[in-house]
Design a protein around this ligand. Structure first.
Ligand SMILES: Cc1cc2nc3c(=O)[nH]c(=O)nc-3n(C[C@H](O)[C@H](O)[C@H](O)COP(=O)(O)OP(=O)(O)OC[C@H]3O[C@@H](n4cnc5c(N)ncnc54)[C@H](O)[C@@H]3O)c2cc1C
Length: 417
């Protein structure tokens, strides 16, 4: 072949490669476009495909709070910052099943607090045993602010809750769920303490559907902070379908990649794209805000349909739900909306933010738990007016009520509190 012919061949090969890459990128973007197009058409928002699975149709296993005894308490990490609490019913009754991903809501009487403290903790084991398990990370004061009190509930659990103690617990709830019997392969992505629901999901899959492909990505700072290190590694050794990828963002000096952890750095989209085979996965993501805010949009950008991206943030998350456009802030020119708290007789003007923020900013005490529309603690009667949601809540408020933590006024409001 002549030099000219060889040159032409190389040019054709390069053009072909570039063309194929452009085609693949186009197809990916087209899929995202089609996905989003289904959600908004002619400026009118249509019913969106749910981002999460539908709410479980199972009624709450019990109503209100039920007493549970702490059967045992054990640390799950070498840093001793995450402690598991195994809870058995103090009334001797049954332990109803739950779906992996659900959480328990606790009402705690903490010394020095005028009102009970309500917090949610994910179930961290699979269903079907004679007890529940939650695993709680001690929340320290923010870095550089020793003047700010450390986390109320988590420190109370670590320092004061002992074996034999009785705790008030609401039934398992939440919509961040995985059907363990589902057929398709799943990718579980956990960051930090977001590992708790993921371990429950993995345990349920391995137990109920051992042939199911499970990819488990877990990001922590170093080995000392790894939670459930032993069971995760044991599952990876025993189950060929369970693929474990532990990432250390700041490995300790004596840690070796390949021996103590799988990858150095964060769990990010580049890692997922590098490691995962080309398949139609369902993704479940739970981790710190930074991880969620980068990874969830990146999965969609990669071409994963919104219906296959499931996520949960612990606490108030800025990540908007993908299925519902955020409720608009009030336009500068719009008539200001008033909110009346009937119980205290206070009427205030809404200037943006949630009804819970508004109540607290005006010195009105509200029972609240997750602050993210998940636990239902702040459900409040609406006596007059209508409420919008900044994102559709996980907890379905009863008719005639609203959830303050994710609610905003659509009209002037009178709330029965
Ligand atoms: C659905 C769901 C599931 C969850 N599952 C788990 C789980 O499995 N495990 C787990 O550990 N957690 C989980 N959480 C989080 C948990 O509910 C609590 O939010 C967490 O334990 C912190 O609560 P706390 O009472 O200890 O801290 P808080 O008292 O709520 O304080 C939180 C942080 O704010 C700081 N702080 C306090 N006051 C101020 C102030 N004035 N200014 C600035 N900062 C301040 C504290 O120092 C602390 O760092 C979950 C949350 C949800 C919503």
């Amino acid at each position: 072949m002549t030099a000219g012919g060889l040159f032409a061949l190389i040019v054709v090969a390069i053009v072909l490669q570039v063309g194929i890459a452009a085609l693949v990128a186009f197809v990916r973007h087209w899929r995202v476009y089609v996905e989003l197009k289904g959600r908004v058409s002619n400026g009118v928002t249509e019913a969106a495909p749910p981002v999460r699975q539908p709410a479980p149709q199972t009624p709450a296993a019990w109503s209100d709070y039920r007493p549970f005894r702490v059967r045992s308490k054990a640390f799950e990490d070498r840093a001793r910052s995450v402690c598991s609490f195994v809870l058995e019913p103090a009334d001797g009754g049954a332990v109803p099943n739950f779906l992996p991903g659900q959480f328990l809501t606790f009402r705690l009487n903490i010394s020095g607090q005028a009102t009970p403290t309500v917090r949610c903790y994910s179930l961290s084991d699979r269903s079907g045993g004679d007890a529940y398990r939650v695993s709680i990370k001690r929340a320290p004061a923010p870095d550089g602010h020793p003047d700010i009190p450390s986390g109320l509930s988590s420190n109370h659990f670590h320092d004061h809750v002992r074996e034999g103690d009785i705790l008030e617990v609401k039934a398992p709830s939440g919509r961040f769920l995985l059907d363990p019997k589902g057929p398709g392969p799943v990718v579980l992505v956990a960051g930090g303490i977001g590992v708790t629901p993921m371990v429950s999901m993995a345990a349920a899959c391995l137990h109920e559907n051992p042939g199911r492909e499970v990819w488990f990505f877990y990001g922590v700072r170093d080995g000392a902070e790894e939670v459930f290190a032993a069971p995760l590694r044991e599952w990876a050794a025993r189950h060929p379908c369970f693929h474990l990828h532990v990432c250390h963002s700041r490995p300790a000096a004596d840690e070796v990649e390949g021996r103590d952890y799988h990858h150095c750095g964060y769990v990010d989209i580049a890692l997922l794209r590098r490691v995962l085979p080309l398949k139609s996965f369902d993704f479940y993501v739970c981790g710190p805000r930074a991880m969620m805010e980068s990874l969830v949009p990146a999965l969609l950008e990669w071409g994963v349909p919104t219906t296959r991206v499931h996520y949960e943030a612990f606490g108030p998350a800025s990540l908007p739900r993908l299925d519902t456009p955020p409720a608009p802030e009030p336009a500068a020119s719009a008539q200001p909306l008033s909110v009346t708290f009937a119980g205290s007789g206070r009427q205030v003007v809404w200037t943006g933010g949630s009804l819970l923020d508004l109540a607290e900013a005006n010195g009105i005490a509200v029972d609240s738990g997750c602050r993210a529309g998940g636990c239902g603690m702040c459900q409040t009667r609406v006596e007059e007016g209508e409420v919008d949601y900044e994102h559709s809540p996980d907890f379905d408020p009863e008719p005639g009520t609203c959830l303050l933590c994710v609610g905003r006024p659509r009209t002037n409001l009178v709330l029965g509190m």
